[in-house]
Design a protein around this ligand. Structure first.
Ligand SMILES: [Zn+2]
Length: 299
C-alpha cells in the first residue's frame, strides 16, 4: 500500500510539474506560435498549405475550377517580410509576355524567360512544393505554394531537383532549365496564381533590373483571367493599378523652438534661424506679438 501511494504521489507531482513547465515550452523565443502541421500522406508540412479549404494534391496545377464570384473582390498580399524572402527565378530576357497569343489563338498564362539548358531555376519565395513531376505541356514542372496563398509555377525544366511536400526557401535551386513539354526551345515558363487563377507575373517581377516590384500586392478580381481581344485591340492588363508603390518612410519633422528674449521680433528670430517671417507665422498661427520667454516654433 505504502509503495503504491508513493508511486501515485510521484505521478501526481510529475503531472503538476509538467503542467507548469509545458506552457512555458509551448512559447519559444519571441512568443512565436507553435507551428501547426498537416500530416496528410504521412509527411509533415505546415498547416497553412491548406488554403481556401482545399487539399494539397498534386493532381493538377489548377485543382479546382473556381468561379470568379468566389474570389474576393480585393486581395492585399504581403509578398515578403525582408529581401531574403525573394529571389528572381531566372535572371534573363523575358521572351514572351503574359496574355493572349494571337499567333497561337490561345492564352499564355505566364511569362517565358530565356535560358540555356541546365541553368539553375530558383524558388521565387519560400514555400512548400505541391507538384514536382512531368505534366503535359508543362513538361517537367514544379509548383510551389507560398504562405500568402500565392502559387508559383516553373515549367519546361530539364531536371527537377525537389520533391512534393519539400519545404523550400527563396533562392533554393528547384530544377534545371530545359525545353520539355510543349516548348520550342530552352526557356522557363513562369506563372503566378492566386486561388489557382493566374495573373501577370510582371506585376511582381521587374525584368528591367531583376527585382521584386513591391512588397505588398493589391489584387482586384478584375485583374484575373485573360480575355480574347476584340478586333485588333491589344488586351490591356491593369498592371499599374495592381501595384501599390511603397511610400518611403519619412521621419516626422522635428519641431524646433526658440525662446524669445525681450528684444526679439519675428524678423530677428527668422534671421537667427535662417527662415522667414511668413514661415514663422505659418508654424505659429496663434502668435500675435513676441513676448520675452515665449516659445516660438522655428522648424
Ligand atoms: Zn510560356
Amino acid at each position: 500500500m505504502k509503495r503504491i501511494f508513493h508511486k501515485d504521489l510521484a505521478v501526481l507531482l510529475l503531472t503538476a510539474a509538467m503542467a507548469f513547465v509545458m506552457p512555458l515550452q509551448a512559447q519559444p523565443e519571441g512568443g512565436k506560435k507553435e507551428p501547426k502541421f498537416y500530416q496528410g500522406d504521412g509527411s509533415e508540412v505546415p498547416m497553412w498549405v491548406l488554403f481556401y479549404n482545399d487539399n494539397f494534391s498534386g493532381a493538377a496545377v489548377k485543382l479546382r475550377q473556381l468561379s470568379m464570384d468566389s474570389l474576393p473582390d480585393e486581395v492585399n498580399l504581403r509578398l515578403i517580410k525582408d529581401t531574403s524572402e525573394f529571389c528572381f527565378p531566372m535572371k534573363n530576357i523575358r521572351t514572351s509576355p503574359y496574355g493572349w497569343r494571337a499567333s497561337f489563338n490561345r492564352a499564355h498564362r505566364g511569362v517565358d524567360i530565356l535560358l540555356r539548358t541546365g541553368d539553375p531555376i530558383h524558388a521565387c519565395f519560400p514555400g512548400v512544393v505541391r507538384i514536382a513531376r512531368t505534366m503535359g505541356g508543362y513538361g517537367n514542372v514544379v509548383v510551389i505554394r507560398h504562405e500568402n496563398g500565392l502559387e508559383t509555377v516553373y515549367g519546361h525544366m530539364s531536371k527537377i531537383l525537389v520533391k512534393p511536400r519539400q519545404i523550400v526557401k527563396a533562392g533554393d535551386v528547384i530544377g534545371l532549365g530545359g525545353s520539355t513539354g510543349n516548348s520550342t526551345g530552352p526557356h522557363l515558363h513562369f506563372e503566378v496564381r492566386f486561388q489557382y487563377e493566374p495573373f501577370d507575373p510582371e506585376w511582381l517581377l521587374d525584368f528591367s533590373n531583376y527585382t521584386l516590384r513591391t512588397r505588398r500586392l493589391h489584387l482586384d478580381k478584375t485583374y484575373f483571367g485573360i480575355s480574347i481581344p476584340k478586333g485588333n485591340k491589344t488586351p490591356i492588363f491593369k498592371a499599374d493599378r495592381s501595384i501599390i508603390k511603397e511610400r518611403p518612410v519619412r521621419d516626422k519633422p522635428k519641431e524646433v523652438y526658440h525662446t524669445a528674449t525681450k528684444d526679439d521680433t519675428l524678423e530677428l528670430i527668422a534671421m537667427q534661424h535662417s527662415t522667414t517671417v511668413e514661415e514663422l507665422r505659418r508654424l505659429n498661427p496663434n502668435l500675435k506679438r513676441v513676448k520675452a520667454g515665449m516659445k516660438v516654433r522655428v522648424r
